[in-house]
Design a binder for this molecule. Structure first.
Ligand code: CUA
Length: 348
C-alpha cells in the first residue's frame, strides 16, 4: 500500500526534527572547542558585535542586489514583438554615480568599525592594574611567563576574571599563531618581533586554544588551555605556583626523583629547587618547566589528559604521540618508568 500524503509529511517533519536535534546536540565544547561565537571577554564581545553588524549589513546588500536582479529579469526581459537588440552604448550617469557611491559608503561603514576594533586589540597604553603574561611559542608547545609574579608554566595559562591581561607574544623558532577564540581572538607569533593582545576575560571557566599557523609536523598538536579564575582562585593558584615543588615522602615517587636526577631530563626541563634554569637560556629551557607538572590537567602541547598512563606513553615514545617532538626517547621501562611517572605526577 502506498503511504498517504499525511504520513509522508509527518515522517518528513519527524526526520527534520531529529536532524535539528542532532545538530544542536553537536554544538558542544567537545565538538566545537574553538567556537568564535561564544565570547567571554570584552575583546571577543567587541569582535562578535562587529561580525554581527557586518553580517546584517551584508545580508541587506545581498537581498537588495538579488531583488534588483530578479526584478530586472522580469521587467526588462525581451518580449515577443520587441524590436531587435537594445543599444549597448547607452549610459545613465545618475545610475553609474549611484552604484559607485553606494558601495563606497558601504565599504567605509565596514572599514571604520573594523579598524577601530583592530586598534582596540593592541592599545599603546593599558590600565595600571593590567597583568602581563609573556607567551613564548615553541615547536610545539606554549610557555607562559608572568614577569610581575615570577610564575612560569606551560600549555595551560591561568588568568583572573575582570582584570585586563596583556599577552606579549614572541616565538623561539618559527611563525606560530596564538588563537583563543573565546578570550582574545588570534594573533601571529613571529620570531624577532613582539606582538600583543590585551583583553579582559569576564566569565570564569576553561577555554581552548590552538596554534593556527602551520609550524611543522606537530602544528595540529600545539594546543593550550586558558583557565579564567575568579580573582581569589587566581591568587591561590599564583601562591601555589610560587612554592617549590613538593618533596616526595617516599615510595615510588622518591625513587622517581632519583631517576630524574640521573636522567638527562634536566638539560631541557626545570624543576625549581631541584634542577635549574640557566639565565643564558642554555639549560632547563628547551622543554616546559615541570615544577608543578602534576597540577596541570594536560600534557604534551595539551593534546592529552594528564594521567599516569598518558605520561608513561609520552616518555616511552614521544614521537609516536607528537610527531617531530624534540623530546628524546630515554629508553626507560618497567619500574623505572612508573617511578619517574609517579615523581612527575607528585609535583602538584
Ligand atoms: Cu605552532 Cu602551528
Amino acid at each position: 500500500m502506498m503511504p498517504r500524503a499525511a504520513d509522508f509529511k509527518r515522517a518528513t517533519r519527524a526526520a527534520a526534527m531529529a536532524m535539528i536535534t542532532a545538530m544542536l546536540a553537536g554544538c558542544t565544547e567537545t565538538h566545537f572547542p574553538l567556537d568564535t561565537l561564544s565570547p567571554k571577554s570584552d575583546l571577543t564581545r567587541a569582535i562578535l558585535d562587529l561580525f554581527k553588524e557586518i553580517t546584517i549589513l551584508d545580508s541587506i546588500v545581498l537581498l537588495v542586489v538579488i531583488g534588483a536582479m530578479i526584478g530586472a529579469i522580469f521587467i526588462y526581459s525581451s518580449r515577443e514583438g520587441d524590436p531587435g537588440e537594445p543599444s549597448a552604448t547607452h549610459s545613465d550617469v545618475t545610475l553609474e554615480m549611484l552604484w559607485t557611491v553606494i558601495p563606497a559608503i558601504i565599504l567605509i561603514a565596514i572599514t571604520v568599525p573594523t579598524v577601530h576594533t583592530i586598534i582596540r586589540t593592541q592599545p599603546d597604553q593599558w590600565p595600571a592594574d593590567t597583568l602581563r603574561v609573556r607567551v613564548i611559542a615553541h615547536q610545539w608547545w606554549w610557555e607562559f611567563r608572568y614577569p610581575t609574579l615570577g610564575v612560569v608554566t606551560a600549555d595551560e595559562v591561568h588568568i583572573p576574571a575582570g582584570q585586563p591581561i596583556h599577552f606579549e607574544m614572541v616565538s623561539e623558532d618559527v611563525i606560530h599563531s596564538f588563537f583563543m577564540p573565546s578570550i582574545g581572538g588570534k594573533r601571529d607569533v613571529v620570531p624577532g618581533q613582539e606582538n600583543q593582545i590585551t583583553t579582559t576575560a569576564d566569565t570564569p571557566g576553561k577555554y581552548y586554544g590552538q596554534c593556527t599557523e602551520f609550524c611543522g609536523a606537530s602544528h595540529a598538536n600545539m594546543r593550550f588551555r586558558v583557565f579564567v579564575d575568579t580573582p581569589e582562585a587566581f591568587k591561590q593558584w599564583t601562591a601555589h605556583q610560587l612554592e617549590g615543588p613538593l618533596k616526595p615522602a617516599g615510595g615510588s615517587a622518591a625513587a622517581g626523583a632519583k631517576i630524574w636526577a640521573d636522567a638527562p631530563c634536566a638539560i631541557c626541563h626545570t624543576i625549581k629547587g631541584v634542577s635549574g634554569f640557566s639565565k643564558d637560556y642554555t639549560f632547563g629551557f628547551r622543554g616546559p618547566d615541570l615544577t608543578h607538572f602534576g597540577s596541570r590537567t594536560t600534557l604534551a602541547g595539551s593534546i592529552m589528559d594528564n594521567t599516569p598512563a598518558n605520561v608513561a606513553l609520552w616518555i616511552t615514545n614521544p614521537d609516536a604521540v607528537k610527531p617531530g617532538a624534540n623530546m628524546p626517547t630515554l629508553g626507560l621501562r618497567g619500574q623505572q618508568l612508573s617511578d619517574l611517572v609517579a615523581y612527575l605526577e607528585s609535583l602538584k
